[in-house]
Each structure stands twice: as C-alpha cells, then as structure tokens.
Design a protein around this ligand. Sequence first.
Ligand code: SD4
Length: 339
Amino acid sequence: MATSAHTTARRVAPIVISTWSFGPVANAAAWPILASGGSSLDAVVAGATAVEDDPTVDSVGVGGFPDASGHVSLDACVMQAPDRCGGVCYLRHYAGAARLARAVMDKTIHVLLAGDGAEAFAQRQGFTPHPTHLLTPEARAAWEAWRTTHDPSEAGQREGVLPPMNVEERYRDARATPSDKFRHAPGAREGNHDTVCLLGIDHTGVLSGCVTTSGLGFKVPGRVGDSPIIGHGLYVDQTAGAAAATGNGELIMGVCGSFLAVELMRAGRTPLEACLAVLDRIISSYAIMPQHQVALIALAPDGRWGAASLKPGFSCCITTPAGQHQHDAQHVMAPRFTS
Ligand code: SD4
C-alpha cells in the first residue's frame, strides 16, 4: 500500500543522526543498512535496538534504571509520516521496545499501546518476556543506593523535586567554565547516558525516526514521558522534516517539542533555528531548574541537520557517505544564566 512516507521520495545522500555519546553505537548498526541501499526505517530501528540491547546503557532498554518502586519500564516510538507512526509505553516485561513500536505501526490500526495491552501485543508478535524483567544487577544496585537517600513515595511529587535526570554530565569536563551554575546540578551523575533518538534519510529520500528510552531514573511508577508520544519525543513529515527530543520529558510535552520543530522547518527555519526556537519556547514556558535538560535534533528532507540543547553536554553523532563525526551541540541556557 502506498503511504505518504513514499509519495515524496527523492534521491539524496543518505544520513543518520543520533543522540548522545552512544550515537556511534546506534550509527554503527544503522549506517550499513543505509549504505547498502536499505530503508531509513530499518536503519533507525536497528540503531535503536543496538543501544537497547547494550546492558551497560542505564537509560535505554535492558539495564535502564528502574522507577521509584524498582521496576524498569520502557517507552519507544517510530515515525515516517502522520499515517505511518507507532509507539509503545510502560513496557515492563519485554525488551525490544523500538521493534515493538514498529510492529504497532506496521500491523495495527493504532498509534500507541501501553502497559499490559502492549505486552499482550508483544507476546502475539512472538516476543518473549525478559527473564529478569529488564533489571540488571547494576541497575538494581543503583536503585538501592538511591533509596538510601530518597523516599520512593515522594519521587516526583514534591514541588521542585524531580527524579534524577539521565543526563550525561560531560559539561563537567575541561570545557566547562567555573561560572557554569549547572556544574553541580543535583542528581547529576558522571558518565551517564540518555534516550537514544535516531533520524535518517535513505537513498530514496525517505525520512524515518525512532526514539527509545527507559525514561527518567527513579520516576514515579506509571509515569510516561515524551519519548513514545508522537509530536513530543519524535515527529516526522516527509515534506517538512524530522525532529526528535531528549531530556526532561515534561518540558518537551508541554510545547509539543518535536512537532513544533518540524512545523518551524515547514515555515522556513533551518533545522538548527528550529531546535533553538523550541528551546526558547521551553525557556519562556517553564521555570527552568538546574537539573533540567532538553536537547533536540532535526533533519530537513534535503539532509541539512541541526542540534541544540538547553545546557552544555549534549552531543550527537552524524554519519554520511563522507564519514562520521560527533558534534557538540550549541547550547542556549548556560550563557543566559551566567551573564
Ligand atoms: C523522558 N525524555 O522519559 C525522556 C528521558 C530522556 O534524556 O530523554 N532523558 O522524559
């Protein structure tokens, strides 16, 4: 069946862009598919799956940090067009959220399946329950350590107190300035990772996106963020472009961050301008706290891309026929706070 994902196909150089420092892991799985003429949808799902399957990544897939009650829950979505999107959320006993999100898109009339229903669907699709409910010994140990200083019943409930962010605090390194007020953000953890978001274009010019996460560490049980929700964590339109978001989902959801970025590109903004404008909207819409971070990546149908974040420390990985590089994204927040 022809879909709107394929009505505007055109020949452009393939590209894949993915978030954070595990981007190279994602792109290593995605790029061979694009380079050999495969589809951008296959590529972004393969890239997301590679990160999900790495148990050392404590913010995506197996090995993700649990919620305040000690249970891991996974969220993911895929998108090519308004009539080609799917997602799963609050998946607690099955790995492979990105592949399952694709199955929702390909095999159902629905967009988003949650919780028990998503897991029943996973079983019907031949997925097998994860033997340890996605919780690795390392993630369990981190949760137990967190419990020694936090009351799980208060997680995310007291005003001004957020669950710890899964944000790489790489801005603590040599590039950080002493005046950076974010250097000692509460909840910051050295070397941690975040949601993996991938945007890609294949040799036929078709855009696809995929986002997958275990969400904020030690979140309130039942909490679902932006990542699996179309228009929030991910939006793709074949004529306007694609965008994906990572960071504090609550800040992204209130402004429909990814949808807004794509609509700004439709209105003529470059991918970078679109990312920066979404961050400006977030800054003007919320009381930004030190532990907040939001980052966006955006990709135009012609292959131009952009990336930006509230705070320093966000990078993304770009792979094209010309090669691969890790890009430190422009950040908007620290200069305003330090001036
Ligand atoms: C969430 N946006 O669940 C995700 C988490 C994330 O960097 O992206 N962290 O809110």
